[in-house]
Design a protein around this ligand. Structure first.
Ligand code: ATP
Length: 284
């Protein structure tokens, strides 16, 4: 039996981290939303053998236990004593190591698919709890809705959706290692250029001016130090009429929100040639 599950990319409308936990990992205070740029994850269970097989159409990704989709199968199969073999085929559309949560989205899609195929009857909340050991973004990706995400990434509070505006996503031709950026955070001198409470208020009261003003990402200056193309890209987006523009996750992807589709299309065209990959999407 096989199931195809969509695995949408996420963007961080707001990303803040107030402190480091004793284990060295960051405490998160984020607002995320998902967009219609997605991988497609085909999950097949069978009784031919007990192997976990991962296939992707990207030459750069590991197919073994380093793949987050593999880890998702492994965790769920062990916890619920399933014996089936599982084959996962991933059609990658989300750029890799981009700050768009592609690996986490794939893992979450595998969990949702296996929950159905094996009739486990788990709620999204239960799947999210199980998923935290895979990566801090997986619990959010289990939901794929606009949400306030805190703790290690496991506390998810759903919010009103982000306005259905065109979003231009641009990824420079560099790949950023999330662990490397996270290790470099200097908590004492972090510039908190984001107001998470106001982003939430902006969403809940449909106050776009407040929302756009409050959005930000405290890791942007840090990643920009190694990849200055991020600020250049952001400035270009703002110059070409984006209401707001910022880096997603640990970067290097920058997204800009436009109110009009015509403006977003112009922005997309102006970035081609300047940037490696450019997408025009909307929040889900
Ligand atoms: P993070 O959620 O850590 O911020 P990201 O969104 O920046 O990650 P990903 O595309 O998830 O980036 O890739 C991060 C790392 O995860 C890469 O080094 C990649 O090799 C590894 N990885 C494992 N499984 C996958 C997968 N299914 N898709 C993409 N990357 C994967």
């Amino acid at each position: 039996m096989n199931v195809i599950e969509k695995a949408p990319a996420k963007i961080n409308l707001g990303l803040d981290t107030p402190m480091r936990y004793l284990d060295g990992s960051p405490q998160w205070n984020m607002v995320m939303t998902s967009v219609d740029l997605a991988d497609y994850v085909n999950v097949e269970v069978h009784q031919k053998n007990k192997q976990i097989k991962i296939y992707t159409d990207s030459g750069f990704l590991p197919n073994d236990q380093r793949n987050l989709a593999y880890q998702a199968v492994h965790i769920l199969r062990n916890r619920f004593h399933q014996r089936d073999g599982v084959t996962v085929k991933i059609k990658k559309n989300i750029p890799v190591a981009a700050g768009l949560g592609g690996g986490s989205a794939d893992a979450a899609a595998v969990l949702r698919a296996l929950n159905r195929v094996w009739n486990l009857g788990l709620s999204l909340e239960e799947l999210a709890t199980i998923s935290l050991t895979i990566d801090s973004d997986v619990p959010y990706c289990v939901y794929n809705q606009t949400a306030h995400v805190t703790g290690h990434g496991e506390k998810i509070e759903l919010l009103d959706p982000f306005p259905h505006y065109p979003v231009v996503i641009a990824k420079p031709k560099v790949s950023v290692s999330t662990p490397t950026i996270l290790k470099k955070i200097d908590y004492e001198h972090l510039n908190h250029n984001v107001d998470i409470d106001q982003i939430i208020e902006g969403l809940e009261t449909s106050n776009e001016e407040l929302l756009f003003k409050a959005m930000g990402n405290v890791l942007e200056p840090l990643t920009n130090r190694s990849y200055p193309e991020i600020t250049k890209l952001k400035q270009k987006m703002l110059m070409h009429g984006a209401e707001t523009a910022q880096m997603s996750g640990t970067g290097p992807t920058v997204f800009g929100v436009c109110k009009k589709l015509s403006r977003a299309k112009r922005l997309q065209n102006s970035l081609r040639g300047f940037c490696h990959e450019v997408y025009l999407v909307r929040a889900l």
